[in-house]
Design a protein around this ligand. Sequence first.
Ligand code: SF4
Ligand code: SF4
Length: 394
Amino acid sequence: MSDNRKEMLDFCLKCSICHTQCPMVAKNPSYPGPKHLGPEAERLRLTGKNPSRDEQNKYLSYCLNCKRCDEACPHGVKPSVYNVKNKTSINNAGQESLRDWILAHNDWWGRIAGKMPGVSNFFLKNPFIKTGMSLLGIAPQRSFPAYKSKKLKIARDTKDKKAVYFRGCYARSNEPDIAQSVIKLLEYAGYQVEIAPLGCCGTPVISNGLMTEAKKIAEKNIQTLCQYVEKGYKIVSSCPSCTLTLKEEYDEFFDIPGSKKVSQSVWDIFELLLHDNVEFPGSNKKFSRVIYHVPCHLKAQGIGTPAANLIRKYVVNSLKVMDKYCCGISGTFGFKKEKYDLSMKIGNDLFEEIKKEPYSLVLTDCGTCKLQIEQGTGLHVIHPVVILAETIEK
Ligand code: SF4
Ligand code: SF4
């Protein structure tokens, strides 16, 4: 823990504002909440005298790392950071720990499955494979997103403005149309685009408390991205969790040279398009009654809702922006058998809101929020880059 973090503890005035904003507290009354589990428990940990340590550790795996407590704190304390850091102290039983390890390595599975997506998708639907997953502790109600591969088209002309696109696991292995849309938008905005030769940002590994491995991923990503930054590239991401991890988490958890340089060069795709004042054709708005779910990790970046601003201006006639609810899946959390019901319970308010009206489109920027909303509502969910890119002529 940095000295800075120790100082931050003293800023916690126990006002409980964070507690009122925690989606886990709202749906699971036995959860101690951000104030107790974060700064209060950390004070005791630092003294080495924490009689209820084991009891508290049990609840750490219930923290969604949604960061709503951090945003709510009027004193700049970040309870989620203590929770994530202390997850490393949870001693899971063997099977649970193997299951968490499997879920945390979606990047590896994506690389393997992406080589033969048809075969992989066939096996993923196989009842025997599903039973095996269930025995390992993966919720049988969940379906993993289908794998898809696509050769991306990138223009090879040289331009003054340069962007390196950090795709993340979902846009690379499951929905390459998102990646193609981002490339199209960046090229339209006048950027020469490169794809970062990197895999996972490390979010699932961090969420599961595998911090030694997360540090190695962070080191590799920072080292590679630093080389681009030094050549004048902006780093662009279309996944809010990847963006937040590159912008804040590496710096928060690890002391790696270059992390500041990287974090200061990272942009959410819509944040960059707005910053550059890019104008889109969009004269023919074709959608009415569209709803947009703002992922927690986008909210946590404190950049507002740049996707909503552009979509409202160029693509839709009426847009409802939902930033009040956590969808409840929290990456790998909702895939865990013992957490599945709670995950759906947390997402239920959002599902009900979406089902209230006959929306013609449901949008969100995050791959796992999309899975959760689709499962909870039965509706198809689209990344906003896809519909904005469609406004550009080929
Ligand atoms: S962490 Fe912040 S919001 Fe939570 S109790 Fe402490 S001061 Fe209040
Ligand atoms: S990160 Fe989210 S789930 Fe965890 S304590 Fe904070 S508000 Fe609650």
